[in-house]
Design a binder for this molecule. Structure first.
Ligand code: B3K
Ligand code: ZN
Length: 880
């Protein structure tokens, strides 16, 4: 059993392991009623450990111990102690072999950690601490062993048997059983162990590496998914080539395997040579997957592949260092996606996620540094801060060093630490050593939580032709951290003259050649920068390309924002100016009478975007999207959900009504011809067309309705079909909505990924997703409490995206969520803990909401025997 004591683990308590495991020999006997796991470990005392007398302690979780033997001798019960979460062997020498046999029940494992069953197949998830649910082991990433794995199972039920490395032996056994043995030549931590057994089809491909080695690429899926593999395999080959070209990293085994499973707690897992994916993050065909899914799959396949170097060859010393592999790997996959499509669009998407969700996390009760100093349950720390802010931190090093020195730094890091388990500090040190730059102050980004606030004031001295920027930084207090030190912040700026052109930025009057963009390095709490030979008051372009994960405060006028929207040479800031303008307009309407006029220049600006065909259409597609409700809420201290959602809807309706003709024209102009192509150009066309459709239906436009119904019936791909469905669902055409939903389900009920979309279109809809409708979805025959994707698609989407209904005044949304968190706490605590997130920031809402959110958290807190996962989030959220 898992212990129910709630213990905090501290980084400063880290000690090197007392024992090392050089080799582990595993044998799995898989049966329907359970699995027997035989493990023989070659163990020795760690020469670096000070305690030479230490007894051996191995981690375990939910295991039934059958036998244990030391150097071939079965141990008597007095020789060891089985405490459930620890197995202790008192007398051991400096070097020995230990064999342990355990019994586990994968078919009853609803936590989906360790070895479990998903639609009839066996599969594993070991990160972070799932290996201890398979056998007793020093389950920590700084113990790296060579694994050999023999899997035995019924041949008819499980013809495919997979593990890490190369298959070295296979054969037949009695009773219709068979076995395969796998050997992984690379020492690895236990969290990278994987096993799969099932009746799967194999899709094969090949890749020739830069040193002309031939790699076997194999994808394993259930037979019904055999036509959904091509995109993932193509993405994989692009990622493999890119990592060679951009980072000089070559793949190291002869086989690379990808497996798709339906029941999975997160997106995917980078197990050595055997990546396991959530079906929704890897399977695609044009009739069932949207453009967004195509892009997500390409990015996740690349991410997991890139881990082979940033994570597997060089791994984490302990879980406090999680961002060492995650932040760096997210940075690598962002670079990859930028190179495959539009770099500016990718930057906008990353910044949007960061500003909406990570900033919220950083301002809430779960705020923690990129390298946390303590945690209770590590599963709760797979966060936006570790991943997304961690990526930004690596990105800032890239900005400060420039691409060449950054590459020198990454080469040194991989070479110096290959085969080791290291820290974020080792990463920064490699960057310092390769570049000669001092990153001492920069390290605070890893240690201090909270989003820095940058306040900018400016002044123009017409006589001296000097423009002055005064820049102050402040880092807000976060739980356990106050009065923080200033951080090292790369702050990219440009100055636009009255024609909208970039001007040379002379920080020194005598400078002749000056660049038109500079990265100002902020290191003090306050700086003043003077720019010389500036002919007239410029419009400042601040934090270009979102050069740091910070909030910028500056008193922009609407004129300045309109000007930047049209002229800024920095694409990110062109987009951002549009967002700021829209935010300003929306915020000014909150709680105003409905006849309050709406800024006419907003209609003009959006009209320009819709009609000027010389503009980059990918950018237009982004700029047409109003800031989300979630982001608008995040910007408020006492957020009034109802007021904000209403004001946003008013602006949306106003724009759609005033730009109706332009929207219809945009819809027709971006019609698709020919077969589905997942290219950036075709995706942009579909995005524009479908945004126009969504806006028309938002105002219940009759012509829009006809277009949507036709598109719904005739669409040749899922992007267009589901966009038409979404548009109808979010309109007031109730009969069409009901019919479209019924037809869509009828058409796609056999496909779980499409059914997930069907659930989430409804659960997210302000109109179709009232609480009663969402409760009805939970009763639908396609809903399954054991499947995390379904839970996310209904409960997660309702609480995270359907803000107006979730925040209903009578607290019914909160109580609904709390009830289901409690229900899931026993079966899948990881998923339950994730669902608490929408309640954690209760303090940031207006009084009317606060009380209900807090009461819902308290009702979860009061459940008897709460899992450590939910306990941590709920208690931290309620702490003073
Ligand atoms: N490393 C895994 C995440 C594991 C989460 C465990 N709770 C996927 C990834 O980031 O690539
Ligand atoms: Zn990762």
């Amino acid at each position: 059993m898992r212990t129910q004591e709630h213990r905090t683990i501290y980084l400063n308590e880290y000690r090197v392991p007392m024992f090392l495991v050089d080799h582990v020999d595993l044998r799995f006997e898989l049966f329907e009623e359970g699995a027997r796991v035989h493990s023989t470990m070659k163990i020795r005392r760690n020469p670096d450990s000070e305690d030479r007398e230490a007894r051996l302690e191995l981690d375990g979780d939910s295991l039934t111990l059958e036998t244990i033997s030391l150097n071939g001798q079965t141990l008597a019960s007095g020789d060891y102690e089985d405490k459930g979460d620890k197995l202790i062997v008192r007398e051991v020498s400096d070097e020995f072999s230990l064999t342990i046999v355990t019994w586990i029940e994968p078919q009853n494992n609803t936590r989906l950690e360790g070895l479990y069953k998903s639609s009839g197949m066996f599969c594993t998830q070991c990160e972070a601490q799932g290996f201890r649910c398979i056998t007793f082991f020093p389950d920590r990433p700084d113990v790296m062993a060579r694994f050999s794995t023999r899997i035995e199972a019924d041949k008819a039920l499980y013809p495919i048997l997979l593990s890490n490395g190369n298959d070295v032996e296979r054969g037949e056994l009695d009773d219709g059983r068979h076995f395969v043995t796998w050997e992984d030549p690379f020492p690895k931590p236990s969290y990278l162990f994987a096993l799969v057994a099932g009746d799967l089809v194999e899709k094969k491909d090949r890749f020739t590496t830069m040193s002309a080695r031939e790699i076997d690429l194999r994808m394993y899926v259930e037979p019904r998914n055999s036509e959904k593999c091509e995109h993932a395999l193509d993405s994989l080959k692009r990622a493999m080539r890119w990592d060679e070209e951009v980072y000089g990293r070559e793949y190291d085994l002869d086989i690379f395997m990808i497996v798709a499973v339906d029941d999975f707690n997160m997106g995917a897992m980078e197990n050595k040579g055997l990546n396991i994916f959530n079906s929704s993050c890897v399977l695609a065909s044009s009739d069932t997957a949207t453009d967004a899914a195509y892009q997500r799959i390409e990015a996740i396949v690349a991410h997991e592949y890139f881990h082979n170097w940033s994570g597997n060859r060089v791994t984490c010393r302990d879980w406090f260092q999680l961002s060492l592999k995650e932040g760096f790997t997210v940075f690598r996959d962002s670079q990859f996606s930028s190179d495959m499509g539009s770099a500016t669009v990718k930057r906008i998407e990353d910044a949007t996620l960061l500003r909406t969700a990570q900033f919220a996390e950083d301002a809430g009760p779960m705020a923690h540094p990129v390298r946390p100093a303590s945690y209770m349950e590590i599963t709760n720390f797979y966060t936006l801060t570790i991943y997304e802010k961690g990526c930004e931190v690596v990105g800032m090093i890239h900005t400060l060093l420039g691409p060449e020195l950054f590459r020198k730094g990454s080469d040194l890091y991989f070479e110096r630490h290959d085969g080791q388990a290291v820290t974020t500090d080792d990463f920064v040190k490699a960057m310092e050593d390769a570049s000669g730059r001092d990153l001492t102050q920069f390290r605070l980004w890893y240690e201090q939580a909270g989003t820095p606030v940058i306040s900018v004031e400016d002044e123009y001295d017409a006589e001296r032709k000097v423009y002055r920027l005064n820049i102050r930084q402040h880092i807000p207090d976060t739980p356990g951290q106050r009065n923080k030190k200033p951080q090292h912040i790369p702050f990219a700026v440009g100055l636009l003259n009255e024609r909208g052109e970039d001007q040379p930025l002379k920080l020194d009057a005598s400078e002749n050649e000056a660049p038109t963009e500079r990265v100002l390095e902020l290191t003090e709490a306050e700086h003043t920068f003077e720019f010389h030979d500036i002919e007239a008051r410029p419009v400042p372009s601040l934090l270009r390309n979102f050069s740091a994960p910070v909030r910028v405060r500056y008193a922009w006028t609407r004129e300045q924002l309109m000007f930047q929207m049209n002229y800024d040479s920095d694409g990110f800031n062109r987009w951002d100016a549009g967002q700021r303008l829209a935010i300003d307009v929306i915020q000014s309407l909150v709680h105003q009478p409905s006849e309050t006029p709406i800024e006419p220049r907003l209609v003009a600006a959006y009209g320009h975007l819709l009609t000027d065909s010389s503009l980059d259409q990918a950018m237009v597609a982004k700029m047409l999207q109003l800031p989300s409700e979630a982001y608008l809420l995040e910007l408020n201290d006492a957020a009034d959900v109802q007021g904000i959602c209403e004001a946003r809807t008013r602006v949306l309706n106003h724009l759609a009504l005033n730009l109706r003709e332009e929207l219809v024209a945009c819809y027709h102009r971006n019609g698709d011809s020919g077969p589905y192509q997942p290219t950036p150009e075709a995706m942009t066309r579909r995005t524009l067309r479908n945004s126009a459709l969504g806006w028309l239906l938002q105002i219940n436009d009759e012509e829009g309705r006809v277009l949507a119904l036709k598109q719904f019936r005739e669409a040749g791909n899922m992007t267009d079909q589901s966009a038409a469905l979404r548009a109808l669902v979010n309109s007031d055409f109730e009969d069409d909505r009901a019919r479209a939903l019924a037809d869509f389900y009828q058409q796609w009920q056999h496909d779980p990924q499409v059914v997930e979309q069907w659930f989430s279109v409804q659960a997210s809809s302000p109109k179709a997703g009232g609480l009663d409708a969402v409760k009805a979805l939970l009763e639908h025959k396609a809903f399954d409490w054991k499947n995390p994707n379904k839970i996310r698609a209904v409960v997660g989407v309702f609480a995270g995206q359907n803000l107006i209904n979730f925040h209903a005044r009578d607290a019914s949304g909160y109580n609904f969520l709390a009830r289901h968190i409690v229900r899931l706490d026993d079966s899948n605590p990881q998923i339950a803990a994730r669902l608490v997130a929408p309640l954690t920031r209760w303090r940031q809402y207006a009084e009317t909401y606060r009380h209900g959110m807090k009461a819902a958290l308290e009702s979860v807190r009061d459940k008897a025997s709460l899992s450590p996962d939910v306990y941590e989030v709920v208690h931290k959220s309620l702490a003073d």
